[in-house]
Write a protein that binds this ligand. Structure first.
Ligand code: NOJ
Length: 539
């Protein structure tokens, strides 16, 4: 990669080192005062995103949806849910954001639709064997009366991924019951999604984030799952690469580098990289980095692995600390076990938030100094913690509901943002409407307003770091190298004159160079204390 300017409008390969901010529309800002975030709210807050210094925004689904899975149950891929606004507003939002130098990435959900999608309604209105049912995975059950599900698969949300209809057939849903899986072997499913891509590219979308990107293709026999048998019956199947090649060809028809971003959760790193070959996806989220514990060795291993994996396919690396599915960083890093693992989520895990915040600040400087693109999840820049004491009767996440109440689910990282004021709704809604998820009573210090006024706030740290990411020549391009350090320290250089040092250990680290930015106070004799990161200029 060359030494292009980072100003989005002048940057041809903008996605290779972009800072992409994830907006969860329900919880960003409420423009119409009904307690749910919406596009009017986002439009009013675009100057905030411009000031923050992000290059693009990825929106979680804004389509018409019964919201059985927070909008990932899509009833119409070409519209906007009335809760969020109108298609016209979405078009205006895309244009206005671009006017401020911010590109828009929309979320495409190809693995499944909502049970209210016209295709599925039509399939339900017909009988077994109908052409309408061929767009999905309908099967007779096993057992004498077909009373057992067609195979032994387990839903990604837990429980059985099959639901039986009154006419005796079962349909497959790898997620919630309300999210029937599409049959990607059907040509109409493919052509429909190609049209959907065009629909949003025609409206100015700079890219699409592809939901559950490794799950679309299924073994047509839908066999039982046998551990270790290749290929897997519903994950990472060869057919997917052909689908994404055709999507890439469509993206490449459009000017301005429209991108495909994959949500690819795969334990096998080599298999993951295959999605990033030059004629497939542009980038994919780095979930390996996200899941690692706050330890020098583990993070170094992830960074090395990531760089080694991406280089041969020529794809940029990405760095992700959190998103709308995972425990917020400030909370995770404040625990004894600082890894992220869906299976490990429990109610009542002891957390030291001051420790977590200190580490999250250091993690911000670490990830923003690495080569490649970075994804920021709304509220990360405010250092919001996971809200773990939401009233149980307010939880909406199917992950919680399907676990029989044992899994806390993902609502705790989706609580509406605090903008201003000293009590809920903290400027999230202009009207006194109650936010769709209650905000904590102690968030007055975390509002955008409060943090904007403080030089030592998380928001100020992110704003400053994002500004330096744009202006520091050394942070452009791919050049990266480790510097000698103790095992509890990560130290690397970018270019000739930029360094990042992160201290994970108990002993302070002496600093010789000019400090551009520090994630926390240095010791009295200018050493780098534990759980703190610095950006340094050499010479
Ligand atoms: C991944 C999304 O990030 C998550 O929020 C959603 O529940 C599932 N895919 C199903 O669409």
């Amino acid at each position: 990669m060359g030494q292009q300017s980072r100003l989005p409008s002048e940057h041809p390969h903008w996605w290779r080192d972009a800072a992409i901010y994830q907006v969860y529309p329900r919880s960003f800002a409420d423009g119409d005062g009904d307690g749910t975030g919406d596009l009017a709210g986002v439009r009013a807050r675009l100057p905030y995103l411009a000031e923050l210094g992000v290059d693009a925004v990825w929106f979680n689904p804004w389509y018409p949806s019964p919201m059985a899975d927070g909008g990932y149950d899509v009833a119409d891929y070409r519209g906007v849910d009335p809760l969020f606004g109108t298609l016209d507003e979405a078009e205006k939002l895309i244009a206005e954001a671009l006017g401020l130098g911010i590109r828009t990435v929309v979320d495409i959900v190809p693995n499944h639709v909502s049970d209210q999608h016209p295709w599925f309604r039509a399939a339900l209105a017909t009988s077994p064997g109908s052409p309408e049912r061929e767009l999905f995975h309908f099967r007779p059950g096993r057992g004498e009366g077909g009373e057992l599900p067609p195979n032994d698969w387990v839903s990604e949300f837990g429980g059985c991924p099959w639901t039986r209809l009154p006419d005796g057939e079962w349909y497959l849903h790898l997620f919630a019951t309300q999210q029937p899986d599409l049959n990607w072997a059907h040509p109409e499913v493919r052509s429909e999604h190609e049209e959907i891509l065009r629909f949003w590219f025609d409206r100015g979308a700079a890219g699409v984030r592809i939901d559950s990107a490794a799950l679309l293709a299924k073994d047509p026999a839908l066999p039982d799952f046998v551990r270790g048998r290749d290929p897997h019956p519903f994950t990472d199947r060869e057919e997917l690469h052909d689908i994404y090649r055709s999507w890439r060809a469509i993206a490449d028809e459009y000017p301005g580098e429209r991108i495909l971003v994959g949500e690819v959760w795969l334990p096998d790193a080599e298999r993951f990289a295959r999605y990033l070959r030059p004629d497939e996806l542009h980038t994919a989220f780095n979930f390996d980095f996200l899941a690692r514990p706050w330890e020098a060795r583990a993070l170094r291993e992830s960074i090395d692995g990531t760089l080694a994996l991406h280089a041969p396919v020529g794809a940029p690396t990405t760095w992700v600390l959190c998103n709308h599915d995972v425990t917020r960083t400030v909370t995770r890093y404040g625990r004894r076990d600082t890894r992220f693992d869906f299976a490990g989520k429990t109610f009542g895990t002891p957390t030291d938030l001051a420790l977590g915040r200190r580490r999250a600040r250091a993690a911000a400087l670490l990830s923003l100094a690495l080569p490649g693109a970075v994804y920021l999840y709304q509220g990360e820049e405010l250092g919001l913690p996971e809200v773990e004491d939401l009233p149980l009767d307010r939880l909406q996440d199917p992950m919680h509901l399907r676990s029989g109440g044992t899994d806390p689910g993902r609502d705790g990282c989706r609580v509406p943002l605090p903008w201003s004021g000293d009590r809920p709704p903290y400027g999230f809604s202009q009207a006194p409407a109650e936010p769709w998820l209650p905000q904590p009573a102690d968030w007055a210090d975390l509002t955008v307003e409060a943090q904007s006024a403080r030089a030592d706030s998380m928001l100020t740290l992110y704003r400053t770091a994002l500004r330096l990411r744009r202006t520091e020549v050394a942070l452009r391009g791919d050049e990266f190298g480790w510097l000698p350090s103790a095992s509890e320290v990560l130290a690397f250089r970018r270019g000739a004159d930029f360094r990042c040092v992160v201290n994970f250990g108990p002993r302070p680290v002496p600093l010789e160079q000019e400090v551009l930015l520090a994630s926390g106070p240095l010791t009295a004799d200018r050493q780098l204390p534990t759980d703190t990161a610095v950006w340094l200029r050499v010479g």
